[in-house]
Design a protein around this ligand. Sequence first.
Ligand SMILES: C[S@@+](CC[C@H](N)C(=O)[O-])C[C@H]1O[C@@H](n2cnc3c(N)ncnc32)[C@H](O)[C@@H]1O
Length: 264
Amino acid sequence: MPGAVTKPTARWWEPFLALTGELRLITTENDYQNIMQLTSCHMGPRLGPMTDAVNLWSSEQHAAQYLVRADTIPHRVAGETARLEWIPRRPVRVLDLGSGDGRLLSAVVGARGAVDAVALDFSPTMLARLRARFAGHTNVSVVAHDMETPLPAALGTFDTIVSSFAIHHLPHRRKRMLYEEIFERLMPGGVFCNLEHVASATPALHRLFLAQLDVRPEDEDPSNKLLDVHEQLMWLREIGFVDVDCHWKWRELALLSGRRADAT
Ligand SMILES: C[S@@+](CC[C@H](N)C(=O)[O-])C[C@H]1O[C@@H](n2cnc3c(N)ncnc32)[C@H](O)[C@@H]1O
């Protein structure tokens, strides 16, 4: 998300595996810079380098910086309001993927009553925020899980699966697999609603988007792996979702939704 800007500091790159002709552990910032240059392919328009290998969201600093700026993202509230229209009036079980501090899940539970809800994230900072926010809410469980790996079977099924500005941190291949897993987790008639950061059509439009957010191109979050709306809608249809559409969009922020057909 462009609202979370973390300058590479300390030795955070060490855990990242990346492709440099051979598979090996990145050990220096130089390695990191080389890999960023080498792997900036097949992503949406981007002014700086982008790589599948980087996801800074497990860093406390990265998560904390986002939370400070989360409310300042332009038109965010309009997207969130539009999203609520696509969430069932009386959801039974809701899953929020990449919950952050739980702002979306809180809004859903607040608007729709005491549904059984699961907040999922992998950032220790966000998980601590989630546990604090939902302490005493017996209907909300907090699950630590890295979405780079398949959703845990123990999650069960849901009539509503939501996500907000999170799935674009996964490599494209994993995004598609996750969409398939989401479909499998939806009960017949269930809804998937993803308020997402998507790719601009051109580098010039991407530059304008960053300017709107007051983010310098060199400060763009290297965890972003942006993909255009069209490709994602096609995937959802191919997977079997029905009523797939982009219901709201402002520049790189888009509300994508589809549902699993009712049982026949
Ligand atoms: C831009 S924040 C959005 C948070 C929240 N959904 C919101 O709208 O404020 C991205 C969230 O995705 C989570 N995230 C990123 N990569 C993830 C991964 N591989 N597995 C689980 N969560 C991830 C981050 O920890 C963070 O909470």
